[in-house]
Design a protein around this ligand. Structure first.
Ligand code: GLU
Length: 464
């Protein structure tokens, strides 16, 4: 056990993005590796944009990826009292003040600053106001005057210094009294004992402001590790143009969670030139030191390659369970068809996704085969009747549909028909599957079993 405490703190304003999932994964892995604690906190203070649907989507994605938290999920919307109390504390200690400037005034000042080529920032009009008019107001954090700059050493990016002249008095509570992100994230990370904040580098500019808030509230400052963003193949920020960016969209497309985990971790982290990592490997090998400083580039082909690897090497019983909903959505019931696990085994080498596997498995479970037009006109011709009749007779004699018995039956069929294996197997494949591409003919026969295979051959003879 260690005292490492990390967290993932998504805002529930949409589905879980690839980038968010990677942040969660890095936090999870480091906590597991070091025997620390991984906290999940839902940052739902923006009541207008947060939805229960998004909360559910995030929790579903966490579950799918196998990133269960040690503590949480906590909801910021249930912690408003605490935030209020802290805002009050800052006001009382003279570290925050009420600002009565109207939006119009602020806009005008901003415009003037831009015109004069100055960086627009709050000019401190209300900083030293002593009256407290009964007017709508926000609450601002007073930028401390005793320091000129703030520095922190980011565990990925190295030392980062921000001059305070770049900053202004941050709004910590809105006119309606609701606290803002930078304040609540500090209060929660501190109150939850988080000592390493791993998050996307879109927050790196917030960090100096947050450090000042930690100090003002008398909290210890955690360490930070800002993970570089994810880009599309054109080196632009990852967006829908580059493919689905929602993690759960990949589940729906038939990806396995272990492929997604393996893919996500390599978007920014490396371990020599190894590519394949199970969750256990990752827990052993992951470190922040090996997270790169440059942006990861999203590569859907690589994700697909990893997925086919995990399908090939996966446990067929588990894959069969995962496949069921995909078959069901194609209207295929596996209740009284051939053994689903055997069907899966025959397809593991051939399918890159569970959708492809469901498509490839469909023929096993139909009551009567429907033939692809081209395959039928080429391979189910009247002159093939004797071949099918020989197949029927010899396979009927085969006591069990297992590989060596099927081989002997085929030896006999080749002898009787004086045809090569391929000339028999391909028409038979069309009879059994409806098409010309399928697992090997012995596998298909074995998975279908004797009764179904023979009845499909009879169906083919009837069609000639
Ligand atoms: N809730 C913030 C977001 O989703 C993350 C805050 C953080 O990690 O500090 O962008």
């Amino acid at each position: 056990m260690s005292d490492l405490r990390v967290r993932f703190a998504p805002s529930p304003t949409g589905y879980l993005h690839i980038g968010g999932a990677r942040t969660a994964l890095f936090n999870y892995l480091l906590a597991k590796k070091q025997g620390g604690t991984y906290v999940l906190r839902i940052e739902d203070t923006d009541v207008a944009r947060s939805t229960q649907e998004s909360v559910d989507a995030i929790l579903d994605a966490m579950e799918w990826l196998g990133l269960s938290c040690d503590e949480g999920p906590f909801y910021q919307s249930e912690r408003f009292d605490l935030y209020k109390q802290k805002v009050e504390q800052l006001l009382q200690e003279g570290k925050a003040y009420r600002c009565y400037c109207t939006q119009e005034e602020l806009d005008a000042k901003r415009e003037a600053a831009m015109k004069e080529g100055r960086k627009p920032k709050y000019d401190g009009t209300c900083r030293n106001r002593s009256d407290q008019p009964d007017m709508p107001n926000v609450i601002r954090f007073k930028l401390p005057e005793d320091k000129e700059e703030t520095t922190f050493v980011d565990k990925i990016k190295g030392a980062i210094t921000v001059r305070h002249e770049e900053l202004d008095d941050l709004v910590i509570a809105r006119t309606d009294g609701t606290p803002t992100y930078n304040l609540v994230v500090v209060i929660d990370d501190a109150e939850m004992g988080i000592n390493l904040v791993i998050r996307g580098d879109d927050h790196v500019n917030n960090t100096p402001r947050q450090i000042l808030l930690y100090e003002a509230l008398g909290y210890p400052v955690p360490e930070f590790a800002h993970v570089p963003m994810i880009l599309g193949s054109d080196k632009k920020r990852l967006s829908k143009r580059h493919g689905a960016t929602s993690v759960m969209a990949y589940q729906e497309m038939g990806y396995l969670p272990e492929a997604m985990v393996n893919y996500l971790v390599r978007l920014g982290w490396s371990f020599g030139d190894e590519e394949i990592f199970s969750m256990d490997d990752l827990i052993e090998k992951f470190s922040i030191e090996n997270v790169g400083r440059s942006a990861g580039v999203f590569n859907p082909e690589k994700l697909l390659w990893l997925n086919s690897h995990y399908i090939k090497t996966g446990d067929a019983v588990r894959l069969a369970e995962l496949l069921k909903p995909f078959l069901a959505s194609k209207g295929i019931s596996t209740e009284d068809g051939p053994n689903l696990v055997a069907a899966v085994k025959s397809l593991q080498e051939r399918a890159s996704t569970l959708i492809e596997m469901a498509e490839g498995a469909a023929f096993y479970f139909v009551d009567s085969v429907s033939y692809e037009e081209k395959a039928q006109s080429k391979f189910l011709r009247p002159e093939q009747k004797p071949v099918f009749e020989t197949l029927l007779a010899e396979l009927e004699k085969c006591p069990e549909f297992i590989e060596d018995q099927l081989e002997s039956a085929f030896a006999k069929i080749m002898e009787v028909t004086e045809l090569k294996f391929g000339k028999i197997a391909q028409p038979l494949r069309v009879a059994l599957t409806g098409g010309t591409a399928s697992p090997s003919i012995y596998e298909v026969l074995q998975v279908l079993g004797k009764d179904r295979s023979l009845s499909r051959i009879k169906q083919a003879i009837d069609s000639l």
